[in-house]
Write a protein that binds this ligand. Structure first.
Ligand code: AKG
Ligand code: FE2
Length: 270
């Protein structure tokens, strides 16, 4: 059960000016991260769907236009999803779908909006290497200042759709921003950040984070990671450059946790 204390707790992790982005550093422990990574990599090779620029595992069932053809999540995932559900108090029911994405240091995900089948709150748990997630205003916002819901929106999903550029003129209301996703952190976003923005990760080994809204929350752990990743002789010479860039030196795994509200069960039982 969600408690008042949990809700207050989540509100104290709000970042940036756009509603609503929540960044929880160290949501899981080192041991839990290691356990999750081990379990993810013991899944059969056939569980991985290989895309052009990353691999993914789909857990919870197939997301279909008529809803979710549901399969129970395994217990190693429900341990985490139940914690996200309880601590955030932001989901209408238990999380029933988890997408696990794997990115090599030069891989990313194109700017997109999550599909319409999902309840409009997403929680992303990060493991392994850090990465920068960029939020850019939806291209339909360039054309007018009318609210997004009055306009026909261009629908792009996580796995398909064109690369969309931001040349937004309403950038006062919808400033582009980024969030640094450190290993073991949980990012939650909803409201305008979900409906009015595209989110994506550049397919680059070095990623700029000057527009990051969670710099105070990450500075300490970033310094440790970056200095460990850099050769000794680079540390003083390239201080400025390195301070503004994340160097992705290893694989990143993310768990995108969501609720599909429409569920089709027992489809094959007669
Ligand atoms: O890997 C991530 O952090 C983002 C994944 C994502 O946006 C998605 O699966 O829709
Ligand atoms: Fe997404």
């Amino acid at each position: 059960m969600e408690t008042k204390a949990d809700k207050e707790n989540v509100n104290s992790f709000l970042v940036g000016s756009v509603p609503t982005v929540i960044y929880l550093p160290d949501f899981i422990t080192d041991e839990e991260e290691q356990h999750l990574l081990n379990t993810i990599y013991t899944a059969p090779v056939s569980k991985w769907k290989v895309l052009k620029n990353r691999r993914l595992q789909n857990w919870g069932g197939i997301v279909h236009e008529k809803g979710l053809l549901a399969q129970d999540l395994p217990s190693w995932l429900t341990i985490i999803t139940a914690r996200i559900y309880e601590k955030s108090g932001l989901f209408p029911s238990a999380i029933n779908h988890v997408l696990i994405n794997e990115y090599l240091p030069d891989q990313g995900i194109m700017p997109h909006q999550d599909g319409p089948a999902y309840f409009p709150v997403v929680a992303i748990l990060s493991l392994g290497s850090p990465a920068v997630m960029d939020f850019t205003p939806h291209p339909s916002l360039q054309l007018s200042t009318e609210p997004l819901e009055n306009k026909e929106t261009q629908n792009t999903t996580a796995n398909e759709g064109p690369m969309l550029m931001n040349t937004d003129r309403s950038s006062d209301k919808h400033p582009p921003f980024s969030v640094v996703l450190m290993p073991r952190s949980l990012l939650i976003f909803k409201d305008e950040a979900y409906t009015d923005y595209l989110h994506g990760i550049k397919d680059q080994e070095y990623q700029q984070f000057d527009k990051a809204v969670n710099i105070p929350q990450i500075t300490k752990s970033l310094a440790l990671i970056q200095s460990a990743a850099r050769p000794e002789e680079e540390i003083d010479r390239n201080e400025t450059r390195c301070d503004e860039l994340i160097h992705r030196t290893a694989t990143r795994i993310s768990l995108t946790c969501r609720v599909v509200t429409k569920v089709q069960r027992n489809l094959f039982k007669f």
